[in-house]
Design a protein around this ligand. Structure first.
Ligand code: SAH
Length: 453
């Protein structure tokens, strides 16, 4: 999936610039629930997780449109990776019962049938399910290989009323920005636990998140230019400057989605944070802590953290058939996908010297916006690192309520903290991958200075 950022109804796709601001009512409701919990109401962990249901009408309304399915279908890296994973492992699909979780246009169901599946259950909650049915109603003359091979189930996978058999394979594309935005992985994991036969296969099998520090004075300056609007002391006679600090927090809390130049990275990415979809639990998905450590390659300024992911399809060996592992990357130096990459800006850059070791963590907790509140810390060299459990991620909502978060303001020279709202994505279009050729670019153009001997 994954072309959808629930709040900015638009999409993770760069063509979508429609921005709808946060639904305050939902956030305030979540804040109230958290306040109630603080005041001692006893609820189990499951109840405590903000539910996604309030957003469902907007979320599934988005996916009901052919336009948005098309947006994903034409991501050729994405679609061809799925097709390769299925066709190169047709032994896994041959005569298998398959469930396609979040079938959308049905494309993965069709690939599965093509690879020899005995039958496919195409589960789709949105009205796009009707389009799958329309396509299947024409199998006398079109796509004859699909005749009687696919059953459409229009329901959230969590709410299926009819008895469905357990399946040999679950296929799904539940991936959002930075892998987990949209919270559809929870539905994927639900389907695995309820519908997969023991020893069955889930595709994709795993995903990994990569984080790396970047420098980008232009992006920082563009962001500050927007913030500085709130410095106006005489805007049609109004002094807006009392809101300057809040504006700064809000702008810097917006993850910047877009392709960026891999040459702006100040260090090789940290060891990947791997999610094994065959074993990860829903509870684990609700509160993720992603540690990182980088040895920086350049002297310069870290303006923030860049992130991307990869996806891996690992087939189980069946008899003599070993199949092939298929993977795709959304890294800045890989072919573009509609997920692009994401950058988390720091309100104050972190100065580093080549060879410094920067350590830190991102703590990501689900919210009611089908997304995550993220808190993070970076420290240089021997500076003691704090416990992510103390990050107070839930307080991030204060950005939209009343108080300015205190946690953010705490820092000493070699420590930076940030908080970001993964649902409030903003977009960066300024980077033209072909504008600067490799030969023309030199690190010092971006104020990145390699160590001298
Ligand atoms: N599989 C298609 C569509 C991926 S987009 C493709 O690869 O092109 C994800 C789809 O999952 C959307 O159409 C969305 O409506 C659907 N979806 C999301 N959560 C769901 C859930 N819990 N149950 C059923 N469908 C869901």
């Amino acid at each position: 999936m994954a072309s959808q950022p629930p709040t900015n109804v638009g999409s993770t796709d760069s063509a979508m610039i429609h921005v709808e601001f946060t639904d305050l009512a939902i956030l305030q409701q979540q804040q109230q629930q958290q306040d109630q919990r603080k005041t001692g109401a006893h609820e189990d962990a499951d109840d405590a997780a903000p539910s996604v249901e309030a957003r469902d009408p907007i979320y599934f309304g988005y996916y009901a449109l052919l336009t948005h399915q098309q947006n994903m279908l034409i991501d050729s890296v994405r679609t061809s990776t799925y097709q390769s994973a299925i066709m190169q492992n047709h032994h896994v699909f041959q005569d298998a019962l398959v469930m396609d979780v979040g079938a959308g246009s049905g494309v993965l169901s069709y690939f599965s049938a093509y690879a020899g599946a005995r039958h496919v259950y195409a589960v789709e909650a949105s009205n796009m399910a009707r389009r799958i049915r329309q396509l299947l109603a024409r199998t006398d003359t079109h796509n004859t290989f699909l005749k009687d091979r696919v059953t459409v189930v229009q329901s959230k996978v969590e709410d299926i009323k009819e008895e469905l058999p357990k399946v040999d394979v679950i296929i799904s594309e539940p991936i959002g920005v930075l892998l987990f935005h949209e919270r559809m992985l929870e539905s994927f994991v639900y389907a695995r636990d309820k519908y997969l036969k023991p020893g069955g296969t889930i595709f994709p099998s795993s995903g990994s998140i990569f984080l790396s520090p970047f420098t980008d004075a232009i992006l920082y300056t563009e962001t500050m230019t927007k913030v500085r609007f709130w410095e106006s002391t005489n805007f049609y006679g109004i002094d807006f400057s009392p809101l300057f600090d809040e504006a700064k927090d809000e702008y810097f809390a917006m993850p910047v989605v877009g392709h960026f130049d891999p040459k702006s990275l100040m260090a090789a990415p940290a060891a990947p944070y791997a999610m094994d979809f065959t074993t990860i639990t829903r509870e684990e998905l609700l509160d993720l802590v992603i540690p990182f450590e980088w040895t920086v390659s350049y002297t310069g300024l870290i303006h923030g953290i860049g992130g991307w992911f990869d996806l891996v399809f690992t087939p189980p060996p069946i008899g003599d058939e070993l199949g092939s592992t298929v993977s795709m990357s959304t890294a800045p130096n890989a072919a573009n996908t509609h997920w692009q990459q994401v950058r988390f800006l720091l309100t104050e850059p972190l100065a580093v010297n080549a060879g410094d070791v920067v350590r830190g963590w991102l703590r990501c907790r689900v919210n009611a916006m089908r997304s995550y509140m993220i808190a993070g810390e970076l420290v240089v060299n021997e500076t003691p690192i704090s416990d992510p459990a103390d990050a107070g991620v839930t307080e991030a909502l204060a950005l939209h309520v009343e108080e300015r978060p205190k946690w953010l303001a705490e820092r000493v020279g070699s420590r930076r903290r940030g908080r970001w709202m993964l649902h409030e994505q903003t977009y960066a279009y300024s980077y033209q991958p072909n504008a600067a050729t490799d030969a023309a670019f030199k690190p010092e153009f971006a104020c990145m200075y390699p160590p001298s001997n």
